[in-house]
Design a protein around this ligand. Structure first.
Ligand SMILES: NC(=O)c1ccc[n+]([C@@H]2O[C@H](COP(=O)([O-])OP(=O)(O)OC[C@H]3O[C@@H](n4cnc5c(N)ncnc54)[C@H](O)[C@@H]3O)[C@@H](O)[C@H]2O)c1
Length: 286
């Protein structure tokens, strides 16, 4: 069993906010910490909106909402996280920042507490070097976006992760209503190792004039039963994030076949980052 009562999350962005939501809804005492108080306010507003919609659609009762809200705490002070049984880090995908955060908290998490990261591509073994002796309690817990909807948690062991840490993390994921699937610690894990080259190849197909972007997406949707074409999915993920993950895989797997397509990189240079920028492959400004 997981033996977890309290869950702490670092970073109240789209992933951290989603993880906090499912944690509280599934009955865990939950604290979400961010150093940016505006981000915390936005996160709380987002939760309230989702809870209201849950009631409207009949998915949640008023009591469910009150119960979840009572479990959710928004903290601008990092001291609020130290008594949690697990901390799940979900700040931006920056290896140095993540290491700095873990190095700063590791000596407060000594009591059989788990240190988990939601990184989508960075080596778990590498991040674990920042926590010293706690490396056996360090693990990758890779949720998918949007967290309340997507069923998968990819659970990634670092070289030193103990079997007990893995078992507890899998049990916690299941208690949060997810399906936990293990993967080994290679750049991109399984999800991005398979997904990102497909997205990258769609950019090559576009660049080489094999088909127009709409047609590439339509072919993959109708022909492969994908709910979304690879180019629209790239816009949803963020084109900068796609390039970043390809770079991590090219370096980590030491193979140039993971280099990002020049057209994908060019769109990023032009600021066409996808949905979040209003324009990527497709135009979202209207
Ligand atoms: N977005 C996705 O589709 C997705 C999917 C799976 C995994 N991930 C991974 O999840 C992580 C978070 O991604 P996101 O999309 O939620 O990012 P985001 O930019 O939406 O949120 C990041 C949050 O971290 C906060 N933050 C930054 N530095 C901090 C610090 N020192 N202490 C506390 N909080 C800090 C920011 O204020 C912000 O609220 C990344 O590692 C990303 O790779 C993202």
């Amino acid at each position: 069993m997981h033996g977890i009562n309290k869950v702490a999350i670092i970073g109240s962005g789209q992933m951290g906010g989603g993880i906090a939501q499912i944690s509280a809804v599934n009955g865990f005492e939950t604290v979400i910490y961010d150093l940016n108080s505006d981000a915390l306010t936005r996160c709380e507003g987002f939760h309230n909106k989702l809870f209201a919609r849950g009631v409207e659609k009949g998915r949640m009762s008023d009591d469910d909402v009150a119960g979840a809200k009572a479990k959710l705490n928004y903290a601008n002070d990092i001291n609020a996280i130290y008594d949690a049984d697990i901390v799940i880090e979900a700040v931006i995908e920056d290896v140095d920042l993540k290491k700095k955060i873990f190095a700063g908290i590791a000596d407060k998490f000594t009591d059989n507490q788990i240190l988990a990261t939601n990184t989508s591509s960075i080596s778990i073994t590498d991040l674990a070097t920042s926590v010293g002796d706690a490396a056996d309690r360090f693990i990758g817990m890779h949720f998918f976006n949007p967290v309340p909807v997507m069923k998968l948690v990819e659970v990634i062991n670092g070289l030193a992760t103990s079997e007990e840490t893995t078992k507890r993390t899998i049990a916690l994921s299941e208690a949060m209503g997810k399906v936990a699937v293990p993967a080994n610690d290679r750049a991109g894990f399984v999800s991005n190792r398979v997904l990102m080259p497909m997205i990258n190849e769609a950019f090559y197909a576009w660049m080489e004039g094999v088909a127009e972007p709409e047609h590439i997406d339509e072919i993959m949707k109708l022909g492969m039963a994908h709910p979304m074409g690879p180019l629209r999915l790239a816009d949803f993920i963020g084109l900068d994030t796609c390039v970043h993950i390809m770079d991590v895989m090219a370096e980590g797997l030491n193979n140039d076949r993971y280099r990002a397509c020049p057209l994908l990189k060019q769109l990023v240079v032009a600021g066409r980052l996808g949905n979040k920028a209003g324009r990527g492959v497709f135009d979202y400004s209207k």
